[in-house]
Design a protein around this ligand. Structure first.
Ligand SMILES: CC(C)(COP(=O)(O)OP(=O)(O)OC[C@H]1O[C@@H](n2cnc3c(N)ncnc32)[C@H](O)[C@@H]1OP(=O)(O)O)[C@@H](O)C(=O)NCCC(=O)NCCS
Length: 377
């Protein structure tokens, strides 16, 4: 029987619903953890900078007259962040705006294939986007009454997610039957095999950065992103996430649970050149069965400094018994250089970056600047 979507709505989860949502994902995302460990890990993430102060909201799709039910249809999470937008119609100055990262989209197996996931994601635009920026101010009649307003939301200028289900999210737009959901953009992945890549010598005095060192670097980086984005030529809009407020640190802190089991646990999360014009930050994923991987979260270099920077990354990779180094979305120039340094670049099939821009411009005309690993969630 066809589902009457007007009977459903999207609500922020109660504490009990959050717990059930997390229990449901043990099998999919627990990666060998016990239920207690899985829940403890999620609870520790609640204390991260990127989650606190209401930034993390778990949403549940439920019958609209049963908002507190533990039998909700499906769930997802949003992280409110600060980003930058340039609207060429308003000049070349980057404006700081609210934006959202979306994660943990999950329908339990018994509810799959009935349209719940798609409807939840369609409704999500109506709870996170600045209403003035949606293509229509009229909530679709076929979907009943709009979701209730949640304090601190309905202000987003763009949102992004990293799809493990192909272009499923492109069909999840803010109106029925219009496929203008999240658009996949920028899947290039450059990979080095660590054992086969020699470590080049350093001529510069590079500084290794620990957790607080990378946090300081990302403050500087946010300013550099602001300056650089204003130099980007674009006929349409441009947007970028900023690495501060716990966005970039999420990459290595979320794996702390597994990293602490290594002997010794890695504690270097970035490296910077003496003038801090070239730098990289990263996380290390030690979870088997995949080869231990160092994922570069943010990289800034020119062709002159890139080779030495890659050498430092290889140094830290070898020290931590990493087998594989990957970087997302290098510039064409650095991608070519990486090829001469032993890397291969391919188009990734998982964690596909996908965005929805809330504004006049269609996604086709909008550029995602600094579409790198640091903003993944
Ligand atoms: C992806 C997921 C949320 C979809 O939820 P759902 O409630 O079944 O979604 P809907 O019924 O609205 O839509 C089902 C569609 O998802 C598609 N889909 C499901 N899994 C998919 C996958 N791995 N790759 C591509 N498409 C997929 C189905 O093919 C179906 O497409 P169709 O409508 O064209 O037939 C659900 O399958 C799920 O929780 N999967 C496990 C967790 C996961 O991978 N989450 C996404 C992380 S980015």
């Amino acid at each position: 029987m066809a589902i009457d979507f007007s009977t459903l709505s999207l609500f922020p989860a109660t504490a009990e619903q959050v717990l059930v949502a997390r229990q449901r994902t043990l099998h999919e995302w627990g990666k060998g953890l016990t239920l207690e460990e899985h829940l403890a890990r999620d609870a520790s993430q609640d204390q991260f900078d990127g989650s606190r102060n209401g930034r993390l909201i778990t949403w549940v799709l439920t019958p609209r007259d049963e908002p507190r039910t533990l039998e909700f249809k499906c769930a997802c999470e949003t992280f409110k962040r600060t980003g930058l937008v340039i609207d060429p119609a308003e000049g070349a100055t980057a404006k700081a705006v609210a934006c959202y990262g979306i994660a943990s989209v999950f329908t339990p197996p018994e509810n799959r294939g009935k349209g719940f996931g798609r409807h939840m994601m369609r409704l999500l635009h109506w709870v996170i986007a600045d209403e003035d920026l949606l293509p229509t101010s009229e909530f679709p009649v076929a979907w009943g009454a709009p979701p209730l307003r949640v304090e601190g939301t309905r202000n987003g200028h763009f949102s992004a997610l990293w799809s493990d289900v192909g272009d499923f999210y492109s069909a999840c737009g803010p109106a029925p039957d219009i496929h203008d959901g999240w658009v996949v953009r920028g899947t290039a992945t450059t990979v080095w095999g660590v054992d086969s890549t020699p470590v080049s010598d350093a001529t510069l005095e590079w500084t290794w950065l620990d957790d607080s060192g990378v946090s300081e670097l990302w403050v500087e980086d946010a300013e550099k992103i602001r300056q650089d984005i204003q130099k980007e030529p674009s006929a349409g809009g441009i947007f970028a996430f900023l690495p501060t407020q716990g966005v970039a640190s999420f990459q290595h802190r979320r794996l702390e649970f597994f990293l602490q089991r290594l002997a010794p646990p890695p504690d270097t999360w970035g490296v910077a050149s003496p003038d801090r014009a070239a730098y990289a930050t990263w996380t290390i994923d030690p979870r088997p069965p995949a080869p231990r991987t160092l994922s570069v979260s943010r990289l800034c270099a020119d062709p002159q400094t890139f080779g030495e920077l890659v050498g430092r990354i290889m140094e830290v990779a070898k020290k931590n018994d990493v087998k594989c180094v990957e970087v997302w979305n290098l510039s064409p120039e650095l991608k070519t250089l990486a090829g001469t340094l032993g890397a291969n670049t391919h188009e990734r099939k998982e964690h596909l970056p996908a965005f929805k821009f809330y504004g006049r411009e269609s996604e086709a005309n909008v550029a995602w600047a600094f579409n790198e690993r640091f903003c993944w969630c």
